[in-house]
Design a binder for this molecule. Sequence first.
Ligand SMILES: NC(=O)C1=CN([C@@H]2O[C@H](COP(=O)(O)OP(=O)(O)OC[C@H]3O[C@@H](n4cnc5c(N)ncnc54)[C@H](O)[C@@H]3O)[C@@H](O)[C@H]2O)C=CC1
Ligand SMILES: Nc1nc(O)c(N)c(N[C@@H]2O[C@H](COP(=O)(O)O)[C@@H](O)[C@H]2O)n1
Length: 222
Amino acid sequence: MRPFTFINVASSVDGKISNEKRIQLRISCEEDLKRVDELRAKSDAIMVGIGTVLSDNPKLTVKSEELRKRRLEEGRDANPIRVVVDSKCRIPLDAKVLDESAKTIVAVSRIANSEKVNTLRRMGVDVFVAGDDKVDLKALVEYLYKIGVRVLMVEGGATLNWAMLREGLVDEIYVYYGNMIIGGSKAPTVVDGMSFDPPISLDLLDVRKLGRGILTRWRVLR
Ligand SMILES: NC(=O)C1=CN([C@@H]2O[C@H](COP(=O)(O)OP(=O)(O)OC[C@H]3O[C@@H](n4cnc5c(N)ncnc54)[C@H](O)[C@@H]3O)[C@@H](O)[C@H]2O)C=CC1
Ligand SMILES: Nc1nc(O)c(N)c(N[C@@H]2O[C@H](COP(=O)(O)O)[C@@H](O)[C@H]2O)n1
């Protein structure tokens, strides 16, 4: 068993999610950031790859105080669980995702440095080990389901999005197209990695103008 899983990503019109320097770019408009916050608040866990942690140093918390309060009233933690997919356990010990504002799970593979793993555990971080060199994503989502995660939001980046799709672990995808072109053949895209052959088919669930861009919602067909 695994959680209902969706990817949310902000893309330029040419499909890039950052530039070739892999710095955090503001692609979403205010309206879209509000929508993303609402999705976070509805989710039980938010997952990112270590590439995103190293580039963006995200906090992955619910920004609206009202939404955090509503979660508490529902008997949930104020913020969803944060999950970092990090085969070699490269996460900086001062990363914002390791702060006190939410529970964090760092998923590593068996090649991860055991001293670093123990340091994280001493800091109160739940370290989940699965996979020989790369994190075994199927085992990870099954573990998340076992600990009560029913709705999982994946917030990138390009490599994790690809790996989750390749493993057949994604139910829906939201792509927000911001009103910009980023360009650059080395810039990360919505999905990097190797091409899918045949391509993964999608069903369009919704499309609408949001701020100065377009929000699309897709169901992943198996
Ligand atoms: N515009 C947007 O919505 C977003 C943009 N970004 C951007 O994406 C870029 C980061 O993307 P990436 O470099 O692709 O990093 P990523 O965040 O996708 O992390 C990939 C890393 O995860 C690790 N990993 C462990 N097990 C894995 C497995 N089974 N499969 C795949 N990866 C596994 C590997 O070390 C791999 O290099 C940054 O430039 C960031 O700013 C990231 C999130 C959202
Ligand atoms: N929805 C969205 N729009 C953008 O323009 C973005 N750059 C991102 N990036 C994602 O949001 C994370 C930042 O989270 P915090 O604000 O620090 O909680 C970042 O790491 C990307 O996953 N998303």
